[in-house]
Design a protein around this ligand. Structure first.
Ligand SMILES: Nc1nc2c(c(=O)[nH]1)N[C@H]1C(S)=C(S)[C@@H](COP(=O)(O)O)O[C@H]1N2
Ligand SMILES: [Mo]
Length: 454
């Protein structure tokens, strides 16, 4: 089996994994006091089972021998010895066998790690939630671990009462928890220029999905008394050296934007904006201001550098699209994907992720012949608003070359476009906002690679 060293889950391995979980032994549910009783009960059960007849034992031994598997034939060390003590007073970490599953930097993408990207290993993840230690990172001037007791959020501008909040002030307010994706506007950007990055981690890894906890921005703005007639926009500002400021319409600000301190059940990670970040569901990552320190209410867009000069799309006619905020409907197959290798012909569960900045995903279709025929995939529910949605579909590979694609449709009826449809409208000089259908080629030898199909 040949596997790219950066890939944690070669396709072969994921099929080798047990399909169901072994039912937990009863002692798993008992307190320490109950353990001895449970052990005795188990011993007597096993004794009875053994006594039930040598015939059963003999045939099961024959079956075991036939497997030729050491883990079956011999009792492994860990069935005999004493395991490790509880993992108290330190943060629990993933298994050492999973160490290859890491965020990765794209070599040569940026000059310094403080103004760079680390990509999320989508090929190794299950479900829709991104483990916080694998959340993609995008910093313009490096990250900070800010002392929350010193951190402040100021609300100023067209409000009746300008206010400064401490973290404690904010965390007393009515809170909500919601699952949303965040995608950098530059995700999949190199595909505009036909640059075939080698794995889904690099093509699509500037997306992650978490459960965020915080207070609605509308709650805080209402506390300050916004001037309903004049107030049309808000400006969000971060406390790092990047002078990250972004304009958000008042309509959106009062809708589903959150001031979040929580991510996946714990405080935000420093890389992702600890202790406070803006969550702007459906909108490109740059508006999700980290280390949030100020929100100004105003009557016109600010045209800050990160919206006037950066994060704009150069069109074929030489003009730029500005304030293109919403991440349009998009999807990608994460397994099998480029860099992985199919071990053999036969059954595969094709799986991937779909999302839309406009609402929930309605349907995902999958093609194995480069877009000639499509079948509808199974969505893993519950399907959530402006969140990643996991899809699966059965596929029996006949060993011949194949081209795998997925095409998502969102609740507005919008259908994810092909790359040539996007190029016809937007040209080839954009960096941002590429939501085209992704194609993975499966070669006869099972190797999967990144190709473009027009
Ligand atoms: N203060 C601050 N906020 C920021 C940035 C930044 O560099 N500084 N980067 C932005 C960009 S471009 C993106 S894509 C997202 C990335 O968020 P993440 O690092 O949590 O993935 O944060 C946005 N918010
Ligand atoms: Mo970004």
């Amino acid at each position: 089996m040949s596997v790219n060293p950066e890939l944690n889950v070669p396709v072969g391995n994921s099929l080798d994994q047990p399909i169901g979980r072994v039912v937990a032994a009863p002692e798993n549910h008992l307190s320490a006091d109950g353990l001895e009783t449970a052990r005795k009960a188990r011993r007597s059960f096993m004794g009875k089972a053994l006594a039930m007849g040598a015939g059963v034992a003999a045939s099961s031994q024959a079956a075991m021998a036939a497997t030729g598997e050491r883990a079956i034939l011999e009792l492994p060390e860990h069935t005999k010895g004493l395991g490790q003590g509880v993992t108290a007073s330190k943060y629990g970490m993933p298994s050492k066998w999973e160490g290859n599953l890491q965020r990765r930097e794209s070599p040569g993408l940026t000059r310094v790690p403080q103004a760079s990207v680390s990509f999320c290993p989508l090929q190794g993840l299950f479900g829709i939630i991104t483990p916080s230690g694998l959340h993609f990172e995008r910093h313009h001037q490096g990250w900070w671990d800010i002392d929350p007791s010193q951190h402040r959020l100021m609300i100023n501008g067209l409000v009746k009462r300008e206010r400064v909040f401490t973290m404690d002030d904010l965390m007393r307010l009515p809170s909500v928890s919601r699952i949303h994706f965040i995608e950098c506007g530059a995700n999949t950007g190199p595909e505009w220029g036909n640059v075939a990055l080698p794995t889904v981690q690099y093509t699509h890894g500037m997306i992650s999905c978490s459960e965020y906890t915080g207070v609605m921005l509308s709650t805080v703005l209402e506390m300050c008394g916004i001037d309903k007639k004049a107030a049309k926009f808000v400006l969000a500002e971060g406390a790092d050296g990047s002078s990250m400021t972004r304009t958000i319409s008042m309509e959106r600000a009062m809708d589903d934007v959150m001031i979040a301190w929580g991510m996946n059940g714990e405080m935000l990670r420093p890389e992702n904006g600890y202790p406070l970040r803006l969550v702007v569901p459906g909108v490109q990552g740059v508006s999700w201001v980290k280390y949030l320190r100020r929100i100004e209410v105003g009557d016109k867009p600010w045209a800050a550098k990160d919206e006037a000069v950066h994060y704009i799309d150069l069109q074929p006619d030489g003009q730029h699209r500005q304030y293109t905020s919403i991440q349009e409907c998009k999807s990608v197959i994460t397994t099998p994907s480029a860099g992985q290798t199919l071990l053999d012909k036969g059954y595969y569960n094709v799986t991937g992720l779909a999302w839309s900045g406009r609402g929930p995903i309605k349907r995902v279709d999958v093609s194995v012949d480069g877009g000639r025929n499509w079948r509808t995939a199974r969505l893993e529910g519950p399907v959530q608003n402006k969140a990643l949605t996991r899809f699966n579909i059965d596929w029996v590979w006949d060993g011949k070359p194949a081209i795998l694609q997925s095409r998502a449709i969102d609740s507005t009826g919008y259908v994810q476009p092909k790359i040539n449809q996007l190029r016809a409208v937007r040209g080839t000089r954009s960096i941002y906002h590429n939501n085209a259908i992704q194609s993975w080629k499966v070669s006869e030898n099972g190797e999967v690679s990144n190709v473009q199909v027009y």
